[in-house]
Design a protein around this ligand. Structure first.
Ligand SMILES: Cc1cc2nc3c(=O)[nH]c(=O)nc-3n(C[C@H](O)[C@H](O)[C@H](O)COP(=O)(O)OP(=O)(O)OC[C@H]3O[C@@H](n4cnc5c(N)ncnc54)[C@H](O)[C@@H]3O)c2cc1C
Length: 362
């Protein structure tokens, strides 16, 4: 068992974690980046979610688009260039109750003065034949979990597409896809939607969306060259099966943030996304910052993940410089545990009383 002590420890090597590494390495903070090894079941891959996609057409700076894994290789090389240290191991336990924070692995114990969590979120999948990544299925070749990312690709334009789900995500994905598709079939297991009224109304009024009720997808069909060609459907009321031709299937049954390790220690929303303070990446534990999809159930894009990765590195840097950083309650806190108001006008004493923060005003 080896013990390491570091000023900045980052968990996760997707766009958020690697951007945090680039910034903190350039700030000479010698970050240690820990990532889980590739695990198909737990959906972890060093490099993050973009490792399972092909064309990324919307990451700025690549006019002709870039392959997901090639983009992440560039991120990693840039982080390495400034001296980021990498460790590929499962973290089995974390203790955020006092600083330095403690991270336990099979072969290492790491103590961290600041921790940047960038563990991302995983799309939920149906677990049906044909859904896995190529070559085991058609994942990345007609099967996607992100319409914003993949909908505009040429293979989906002016084609009939399928969206699976009944919540807000499914309504949003289906509505978005009608910009490109000739028709979108929205397949849902029940005869009622879970989505909010406003999202339902929008989807139900869209003439390009065809609702297929009380129906499950049993299998995604396709060919190695062409990719997805259709889906096998089963009506859950009549048990009747049929094939619906389609050039693409978008699974829109939600996402699961990778936050199990931090449950009970960090404030989260009801789904498990980590809550951060205002326009910063600060969590409820001073010195712990969260960036990327793990704290963003809304935008979930590589560029927004990278943006918040930059913010987390700057927040950690500020904290290590003994400067106050924002807390969810609206006050700010320093490394020494001093609390100040957000306008820096007053110091908040442990008993709640206020002392002016500007001696010249006393
Ligand atoms: C199929 C697909 C296509 C996409 N296409 C696009 C696109 O074209 N454009 C775009 O902008 N966005 C796209 N996205 C979304 C984009 O990939 C994500 O928004 C982005 O990757 C989020 O970055 P992140 O760094 O927050 O997290 P992730 O990329 O999810 O990275 C999280 C990292 O944390 C690691 N990890 C997780 N749990 C643990 C743990 N317990 N211990 C240690 N490490 C852990 C994982 O191994 C992973 O390396 C796509 C997503 C998918 C699924």
């Amino acid at each position: 068992m080896k013990t390491l002590n570091r000023e900045v420890v980052i968990i996760g090597s997707g766009p958020a974690g690697l951007t945090a590494a680039i910034y903190s390495a350039r700030a000479n903070l010698k970050p240690l980046l820990i990532d889980a090894p590739a695990d198909a079941e737990k959906q972890t891959t060093p490099g993050g979610q973009l490792m399972i996609t092909t064309d990324v057409e919307n990451y700025p700076g690549f006019a002709s688009g870039i392959d997901g894994p090639a983009l992440m290789e560039e991120f990693r090389k840039q982080a390495e260039r400034f001296g980021t240290e990498f460790l590929e191991e499962w973290i089995t336990d974390v203790d955020l109750s006092e600083r330095p924070f403690q991270l336990e692995m099979a072969n290492h114990i790491v103590y961290a003065q600041t921790l940047i969590i960038a563990t991302g979120a995983s799309a939920k999948w149906l677990g049906i034949p044909g859904e896995a990544k190529v070559p085991n299925g058609f994942g990345g070749h007609g099967v996607s979990a992100c319409a914003t990312c993949d909908g505009p690709l040429p293979g989906f334009r002016n084609k009939d597409l399928v969206v699976v789900g009944g919540g807000d995500t499914a309504m949003e994905e289906a509505t978005f896809l009608t910009r490109y598709a000739s028709k979108v079939s929205l397949v849902h297991r029940r005869d009622k939607l879970r989505a909010s009224k406003i999202m339902q109304d929008k989807a139900l009024a869209n003439p390009k969306i065809d609702f297929v009720w009380n129906t499950a997808i049993e299998e995604i069909l396709g060919e190695p060259e062409a990719g997805v060609t259709g889906v096998r459907l089963r009506n859950l009321k009549t048990e009747e099966t049929r094939v619906l031709p389609s050039a693409g299937v978008f699974i829109a049954i939600g996402h699961r943030p990778n936050t199990d390790l931090f449950k009970g220690q960090l404030d989260m929303d009801e789904v498990g996304y980590i809550l951060t303070a205002g326009r910063t990446t600060a969590t409820n534990v001073p010195g712990v910052f969260a960036c990327g999809d793990v704290q963003d159930s809304n935008y979930r894009q590589a560029v927004t993940a990278a943006g918040t990765g930059c913010m987390a590195a700057l927040d950690a840097e500020r904290f290590l410089d003994h400067l106050p950083v924002a807390m969810p309650g609206g006050d700010e806190v320093t490394m020494e545990g001093e609390h100040v108001t957000s306008d820096h006008e007053a110091i908040i004493e442990p008993d709640g009383s206020m002392v002016p923060n500007h001696p010249e005003n006393i």
